[in-house]
Design a protein around this ligand. Structure first.
Ligand SMILES: *[C@@H]1O[C@H](CO)[C@@H](O)[C@H](O)[C@H]1NC(C)=O
Ligand SMILES: *[C@@H]1O[C@H](CO)[C@@H](O)[C@H](O)[C@H]1NC(C)=O
Ligand SMILES: *[C@@H]1O[C@H](CO)[C@@H](O)[C@H](O)[C@H]1NC(C)=O
Ligand SMILES: [Ca+2]
Length: 347
């Protein structure tokens, strides 16, 4: 230990000093010392050796002082580093726990995929698969990720979708989800056109895909969850998206649901806008103000592709994931899912 070394150094000094002084003591017996202090002072003053020693002692003690000061500083540094390490270890642990739960979630998803793959092999029906509702009719009853075959009519490639086979009879193709909150929805026209995100997490299926999937008379179901765990839904018939030439304009039929007032109707018959394409009905640039891609009017009665704010931050801004009819213009929701199903879907 450094402290021990300093002590040893100190003792070494004392011993060296005593040895150095010893001959002087011999020259001057205690008898004389008591009789004349003056003589002693004089002797000491004139002794060069003594001067040197004194200087050296002074030097040594200052060196010792700086040394122990330095040690103290080093020790404090070590303590601080240990404390920092402990802090980041805790952070790492919570991150690991988070990752672990994600991993197990993914694992169960993989099980479902494997099951579905096995089902595909045994399936021999000649009926075309358009969406999750056709998969449901072919007896796929597990919610999860499926692959839709290419659409030869539109010339579009195969498409990975997430099917909700449980809600209100199942057969829903999910076109939007917000629940993780890690990826940004403040994207450009091309990204909203093609889709982005993770099909098991947060994603936008893509305007082109939604357009393709809603050519038949279609239901739209919007599910909302707040930070207290309450769940509401809004459902519309005759949901349609126009093509890109018409800016993926939104059309909605009648509303049913329990979301307070219907906060999507305001966006009916409105073109899609993104940060790089202002198609809104406003002098302002709504996509820039609300930080998403949406059917912005002037600007919002809902903003389901807004910024994901977490609990504690979720009531402070106008650009969050809002549904004015339920929690107002500055309450950002915890979870949203938008899903579609043909109107003629038979339960
Ligand atoms: C103390 O020791 C250092 C290093 O040996 C030396 O540079 C310095 O001059 C010394 N000071 C005195 C007062 O002896
Ligand atoms: C909406 O509801 C009204 C009144 O019930 C009905 O007349 C109309 O046909 C409905 N529209 C759609 C698109 O279902
Ligand atoms: C939406 O807009 C279309 C076109 O203007 C209209 O026919 C339809 O009734 C509107 N839907 C609702 C729910 O207002
Ligand atoms: Ca504008």
């Amino acid at each position: 230990m450094p402290v021990k070394v300093s002590m040893q150094l100190a003792w070494l000094c004392v011993i060296t000093l005593s040895l150095a002084i010893y001959p002087v003591w011999l020259q001057k017996p205690p008898k004389r010392r008591t009789t004349s202090g003056n003589t002693q002072l004089k002797l000491m003053g004139c002794c060069d050796e003594m001067k040197d020693l004194k200087l050296q002692i002074a030097n040594l003690s200052t060196m010792l002082g700086t040394l122990s000061k330095k040690q103290e500083d080093d020790w404090m540094n070590v303590v601080m580093q240990v404390m920092e390490l402990e802090g980041s270890t805790k952070q790492m642990e919570s991150r690991l726990t988070e990752a672990e739960s994600k991993y197990s979630e993914i694992n169960s998803q993989i099980d479902i995929m494997q099951l579905q793959a096995a089902q595909t092999v045994t399936q021999t029906s000649a009926d075309a698969v358009y969406d999750c509702s056709s998969l449901y009719q072919k007896n796929y009853r597990i919610s999860g990720v499926y692959k839709l075959p290419p659409d030869e009519f539109l010339g579009s490639p195969d498409l990975e979708v997430y099917c909700d086979m449980e809600t209100d009879g199942g057969g829903w193709t999910i076109i939007q989800r917000r629940k993780v909150g890690l990826i940004s929805f403040n994207r450009d026209w091309k990204q909203y056109k093609e889709g982005f995100g993770n099909i098991r997490g947060d994603f936008w299926l893509g305007n082109e895909n939604i357009y393709r999937l809603s050519r038949r008379p279609t239901l739209l179901r919007v599910e909302l969850e707040d930070w207290e765990g309450n769940i509401r839904y809004a459902q519309y018939n005759q949901f349609t998206l126009s093509n890109e030439f018409n800016s993926y304009r939104l059309f909605l039929g009648n509303y049913t649901g329990n979301t307070g007032h219907d906060s999507l109707r305001y966006h009916n018959n409105t073109a899609f806008s993104t940060k790089d394409k202002d198609n809104d009905k406003c002098v302002d640039d709504c996509a820039a103000l609300r930080k998403g891609g949406y059917w912005y009017s002037c600007c919002t009665d809902s903003n389901l592709n807004g910024v994901y704010y977490r609990k504690g931050e979720h009531t402070k801004n106008m650009d969050g994931i809002t549904w004015y009819g339920w929690h107002g213009s500055t309450y950002s929701l915890k979870r949203v899912e938008m899903k579609i199903r043909p109107e003629d879907f038979k339960l």
